[in-house]
Design a protein around this ligand. Structure first.
Ligand SMILES: Cc1ncc(C[n+]2csc(CCOP(=O)(O)OP(=O)(O)O)c2C)c(N)n1
Ligand SMILES: [Mg+2]
Length: 677
């Protein structure tokens, strides 16, 4: 068989596996795998550096299927090249309960999937973070004569990916950063879900990317030779990211559906499947056919991959001999391990210390641990001074200083979120990024991907309430804390004071299988006596008694507060004591961590027989009845936004005063004791 014939056989194997799997599942997207098979195969067969037997090899090239709906393309490639995580039976079980071959590629289901994709634009933008991490680690660990990190990041993106706003942000950022090892294949098939792309997408994409300072090529994406030479040219142009606009045909080979949106998101139908196979010269009556020569050829990836990994291993061994400490640090970093006792570097505070905002305490914590965690890397979306995210004396990341640890993401919150995810996905670094909490909505889809993919991405959200003050309702988060708490696997931590803030960083860094949000104040807070001397370690259990009711025995009431409202609760506690009500104050910085505690601990903090419970949080109260119970009361902000005025005034007008909290608590205690008597 000639090489060209063998290529065609492999490409048609990918196409027909995709067609058959979608047909059998009666669900899925056959068109993109059929149209993009030639370029994806060419990339994987001739260019991609990977070892299917070791999907975690640190120096592998990263491949991101940004057009996640084309999942069968990726599953076919993973199976054919020999990844153990996908069998032919898994492909037959495409999109079924418990099968790793889920509707869209999920990182946690198959070793070999670098990041979860499906929401268009995310994969492309995540890949930018991977390329950033690669360049950072290459520069950080490079020693004279040794290069142990040296790989590319490849993306397959569709029209939808390039229409999404996040990809515009990410492309602009990647061009600015000159990420020369990022190479994007654009499946330029002129079709989207609704019909011809021309219904909504007519700009000159190539020129747009040229303006972003990308290297841009236009090719026929159905021709493996053109794809291969474009990939080589993209590699050679190492100074800029590359976009290869590959003209392809969605649903290629289908007599009635090729080049039409009908091929996009539903099975071809049995008759059309047969006609398409006939067009490929494929046996019409066989399903999931994998011709032996195609499998044998693709499985050469195993041998090639093992050899390339071995070459790297030899280089790494030489490095380890010359620089044993660096090699050990690299291994630990790639395994996501933290140095023993790293948290001893975290600061602690006493009640007499100067009052500062929790965002300032966060900046102090970050800088205190920057030395012991040299791979902590991040920045802000143009708010670094407000977010206190600067790492002092650690340099600015750029093409000239790729090992700089401060990343200026620009006003690109969404792309920043995805870039953090990409850095976490790449491994070796612990990424963080900041903006105002109110703009967490601009990050939310990336936070969700981080949670689904189990990425340790740390979001530093400051200006966390109406305490923002004068900037007014557009800048005062109201619904955001609760909205974030609804995302599974995300830790949302709102520390009350500097000691809790230091513990919040400990929790965030040690939460290595999911993202963390830190909600931090703009305004100064008191140093609570209850957090001093290790008291703030209670944060690690999600909620704890930060100020016990005076006297002994069961408290009359429990005040449950978060963040800046904990200090307020402590003030209310004093007023209540003067009125004969013994109130306990519980600081509840993290619901998710509290939910993970044993029932016995939860009952200790919130004794079930104390029904007079009041929550205090400057946000919507929806959800707080989980902790205050149906008898309890919630001091919060419902049915309105904040207001533009000095913070103290806004707090007072919206009921966040010790007097109001004490009055409401007293009323509750009286009402409930009345009910009982
Ligand atoms: C953020 C987001 N919006 C919408 C969708 C639903 N969706 C899936 S594919 C697609 C567009 C299809 O066009 P294109 O990206 O060109 O893919 P092709 O049809 O060419 O495979 C849409 C709207 C999605 N997956 N993600
Ligand atoms: Mg398209």
């Amino acid at each position: 068989m000639t090489d060209a014939k063998l290529d065609e056989l492999c490409i048609n194997t990918i196409r027909t596996l995709s067609i058959d799997a979608v047909q059998k599942a009666n669900s899925g997207h056959p068109g993109a795998p059929m149209g993009a098979a030639a370029m994806a195969y060419t990339l994987w067969d001739r260019v991609l550096k990977h070892n299917p037997a070791d999907p975690a090899w640190p120096d592998r090239d990263r491949f991101v299927l940004s057009a996640g709906h084309a999942s069968m393309l990726l599953y076919s490639l993973l199976y054919l090249t020999g990844y153990a995580g996908v069998t032919l039976d898994d492909i037959k079980n495409f999109r079924q309960w418990g099968s790793p071959t889920a509707g869209h590629p999920e990182r946690t289901l198959i070793a070999g999937i670098e990041t979860t994709t499906g929401p268009l634009g995310q994969g492309f933008s995540t890949a930018v973070g991977m390329a950033l991490a690669e360049r950072f680690l290459a520069a950080t660990f490079a020693r004279p004569g040794h290069a142990i990190v040296d790989h590319h990041t490849y993306v397959l993106a569709s029209d939808g990916d390039l229409m999404e706003g996040i990809s515009h942000e990410a492309a602009s950022f990647a061009g600015h950063q000159k990420l020369g090892k990022l190479i994007v294949l654009y499946d330029d098939n002129l079709i989207t879900l609704d019909g011809p792309a021309g219904l909504s997408f007519t700009e000159d994409v190539a020129t747009r990317f040229e303006a972003y300072d990308w290297h841009v090529q236009r090719i026929d994406g159905m021709d493996p030779e053109q794809v291969a030479s474009a990939l080589r040219a993209a590699q050679e142009d190492g100074e800029r990211p590359s976009l290869i606009c590959a003209r392809t045909h969605i649903g290629y080979g289908s007599p009635h559906k090729q080049d039409s949106a009908k091929a996009h998101g539903s099975p071809l139908g049995e008759e059309e499947v047969a006609l398409t196979k006939r067009a490929y010269g494929w046996p019409e009556d066989q399903q999931f056919l994998v011709p032996e020569p195609a499998l044998a050829h693709c499985r050469q990836s195993l041998q090639r991959g093992a050899q390339r990994q071995q070459e790297w291993q030899s280089r790494f061994d030489a490095y380890a001999k010359a620089y044993p400490a660096d090699a050990a640090a690299f291994r630990r970093a790639m395994a996501g391990e933290l140095p023993d006792g790293w948290d001893l570097a975290l600061p602690s505070y006493s009640p007499d210390d100067k009052q500062i905002a929790t965002r300032a305490a966060s900046g102090q914590a970050l800088n205190a641990i920057a030395g012991v965690l040299p791979l902590l890397v991040g920045g802000s979306a143009d708010l670094s001074e407000s977010n206190n995210t600067d790492l002092k004396d650690q340099g600015v990341m750029s093409v000239e200083n790729p090992a700089g640890r401060n990343v200026y993401f620009g006003v690109r919150e969404h792309a920043m979120g995805a870039a953090l995810n990409g850095m976490a996905a790449h491994g070796g670094v612990v990424p963080f990024g900041g903006t105002f909490l109110v703009f967490s909505d601009y990050n939310r889809p990336a936070i969700r991907i981080a949670a689904i993919s189990e990425f340790r991405s740390i979001f530093v959200f400051t200006h966390d309430s109406i305490g923002v003050g004068e900037d007014g309702p557009t800048h005062q988060p109201i619904e955001h804390l609760m909205a974030l708490r609804t995302i599974p696997r995300l830790l949302v931590i709102r520390p009350a004071d500097p000691n809790e803030t230091a513990m919040a960083w400990k929790a965030a860094i040690e939460h290595d299988d999911g993202p963390t949000v830190l909600a931090l104040s703009r305004q100064a807070v008191p140093n609570l006596p209850g957090t001093a001397g290790g008291g703030a370690r209670g944060l690690l259990r999600g909620a704890y008694v930060v100020s016990e009711a005076a006297g002994t025995g069961r408290p009359d009431a429990i005040l449950i507060a978060t963040g800046t409202e904990v200090g307020l609760a402590v003030d209310a506690q004093k007023l209540l004591a003067a009125r004969g009500v013994r109130a306990r104050v519980v600081s509840m910085p993290c619901w998710e961590l509290f939910e993970q505690q044993a029932q016995a601990y939860r009952d200790e903090v919130l004794p079930p027989d104390v029904r007079s419970r009041v929550s205090i949080e400057a946000g919507v109260t929806l959800g707080w009845h989980r902790w205050v119970g149906s008898d309890g009361d919630c001091v919060g902000i419902d049915g309105r936004f904040g207001a533009s005025a000095p913070a103290k005034t806004v707090f007072e007008h919206l009921g966040f005063t010790p007097e109001n909290v004490a009055t409401r608590t007293l009323a509750l205690v009286e009402r409930l004791s009345g009910v009982r008597s």
